[in-house]
Structures are given as C-alpha cells and as structure tokens.
Design a protein around this ligand. Structure first.
Ligand code: SF4
Length: 334
C-alpha cells in the first residue's frame, strides 16, 4: 500500500519513473475494467449558476453580463437522441447550479429513458440540492451524479467557492443514501494548494466510497477573479490520475477536456495514466460558446476525437458500467 510520503513523492515524478507509474496504473485499470474506455455524451443544460466560484466564468456575478440560456426538455430529449444514435448509453446532463433546471430534468429524464428503452445511464451534474430534490431526480430515473469536492482543504474550498466543503460532502452523502452512483473530483494546481492536500484529495475519494473521480488541472479563465493565476501543471494532474487508480482501482476516472486545453495530447496521456472514461460534447455549437466553463476558447471534444484517441491508445470503447444493476433494481422503470 502506498504511504502518504510515497504519494507526495510520486506526485512530482517525471521521465522513466513517471512512465513506470503510468504502466502500473494501466495494469490496474485493465485488471479491473479490461482495456476499455466508457464513453459518455454530455448535454450542457444552462450557463446560469447561483454559486460564485472564483475560477468560473459562469459564476453568479457574471450572470447579468453573460448571454444566458436554458435548454427546454424537448431540446434535451432531441440531443439525447443524437447521443443514442452515436451508440453511447451514458447521457450526462450538466449545468450551473440553479433550481430552475429541476422541472426541466423531471420532464426530460423519463422521456430519455423511453428513448433508450431503459438501457441508459442518466448521469447528472447540477450541484448541491436538497435531499428531497435528489430523491425526486432518482425517482424519475436518474442513475448517477457527479458532485466534485474540488479541493479537500476546507479553507481553500471556502476561499475560492464561497461555500463550505462540509455542505458539499453532506450532499454527496445524501446522494449515496438516495441510491445514486456517485462521482467526486478535484482541481489540481490551485493557487495555495499543497501536495499534502492533494494526497488528502486522493484519500477522500476512498473515504467517501465514491464510484467515480475526476482530476482537472486548473485553468485561469477570463472574467474571473483568478484570471491571472498561473495555468495548472498537466504532469501533476496525470500523476494524480495514476495515483488515484493505484489507490482506488475500481474508480471510473475520466480523461477530461481540460487536459487537452492545457497541453495538446493531454487527453491521450490521461488514458496512458490510467483514466477510463471520455466524454463527447453534444451541445449545439451556439450553446458550446455560451457554456463558458473555461472561457470562450475551451477545447470541445467531438466523437471523432474520442474514437481516434481510444483507438490510438489500444483501448476499446464500452458502455455504462452501471446500467445492469439499475435495471435489475427496478428503479429504471419508475
Ligand atoms: S464551477 Fe459550477 S458551481 Fe461554480 S460557478 Fe461555475 S457552474 Fe457554478
């Protein structure tokens, strides 16, 4: 078992030692999941958010100046049809944190399930909600939920998100108790983040008992209080992916678009480091420009890009790992 001290050291390795770390991580991934990559299709629901994260251009203070939008349930179902036609059975619905998306989701989710004849994982990423709201989303057929802890350092978390880490973790526990498969995630290279706190992030994923965890290198975005902070280090993010895999082999770990944004070829290296999920963007070109996750010039992941990377990495695309159990539980048919 890796000690904290060993993890701190491995977070900074380069060259042959990093390649050895990645090789061990790939071996662990392939042992648990086979040499496969889960494909997701994402639809971005809205760029309106009630939270004011200092690193995000969709933060509350920017809502008045941003070109805001909400997708209708009809449009979400239409885009889900494109995901289905691409052979992808994980529909990720994500957006800013606002209760206004709830009625839209409650309308759209059962219709998406019908579109797929129930053979679908509906994965949500719409932030902190009340437990009763999570229960409603689960009851209409959502399968899984991403709620990133971002950083396990409570002071840093509050300083950059103006929300407590505790409230985030409470929501994560609610989600698990309500029956969701749950994902967390962290941002690496945040100003003020220590190696020790990154080791805490890796350990927290285990303590929470989550099913998924992402790693995104920090990207300074325009029109945010952190726009002049230094861009994140891809190598550090890749080493975190590898250590997460070695510490918690069962996790779904995406190779995120931010890796591509920081450095060309970053997502291929994410797969090399042991990631096993890739997400294709199905939002319309107009909405992609308005969904300002890293500012206007973010890297938008296409199906061709993902298929090319998966093939070049010697891996096979695959479907959801959660559908079987969900269908068996009967929740899918509600
Ligand atoms: S990162 Fe998410 S929660 Fe924070 S402001 Fe942006 S959309 Fe809202």
């Amino acid at each position: 078992m890796l000690t904290r001290e060993e993890m701190r050291r491995l977070l900074l390795v380069h060259g042959p030692e990093q390649e050895e770390l990645f090789a061990q991580s790939r071996e662990s991934r392939d042992k648990h999941f086979g040499p496969t990559v889960v494909l997701r299709g994402v639809i971005e629901l809205t760029n309106v958010c009630r939270v004011n994260c200092d690193y995000c251009p969709m933060r509350r203070d920017n809502v008045r100046v941003n070109d805001t939008y909400f997708l209708t349930a009809d449009r979400i179902v239409e885009l889900s049809g494109l995901i289905r036609d691409s052979g992808i059975d994980v529909v990720l619905l994500q957006g800013g944190e606002t209760p206004s998306v709830l009625p839209i989701l409650q309308d759209a989710i059962p219709r998406i399930r019908r579109l797929y004849d129930n053979r679908v994982e509906i994965l949500l990423n719409v932030g902190n909600l009340k437990r009763a709201q999570y229960e409603r989303l689960r009851a209409v057929g959502a399968t899984s939920y991403i709620l990133k802890h971002e950083t396990s350092d409570p002071d840093l978390h509050f300083a950059i998100r103006h929300e407590t880490l505790e409230s985030r973790l409470r929501c994560l526990r609610d989600l698990q108790e309500v029956g969701f498969k749950v994902g967390t995630g962290l941002i690496s290279s945040l100003p003020g983040q220590t190696l020790d706190s990154i080791v805490d992030d890796i350990e927290l994923a285990g303590e929470l008992g989550v099913d998924m965890c992402s790693v995104s290198p920090f990207i300074p975005a325009p029109n945010t209080p952190m726009s002049v902070s230094p861009i994140g280090d891809n190598e550090l993010a890749l080493n975190i992916i590898a250590l997460l895999r070695l510490r918690h082999p069962h996790l779904l770990i995406p190779s995120v678009s931010a890796l591509e944004r920081v450095g060309g070829g970053g997502q291929a290296r994410g797969l090399d480091a042991g990631a096993n999920v890739m997400t294709v963007n199905f939002s319309s070109a107009g909405d992609q420009k308005r969904y300002l996750i890293y500012g206007k010039d973010r890297f938008v992941v296409t199906l061709d890009h993902v298929r090319g990377l998966v093939r070049a990495s010697g891996l096979e695309p695959r479907g959801s790992v959660f559908i079987e159990r969900h269908v068996a539980s009967g929740a899918a048919t509600r």
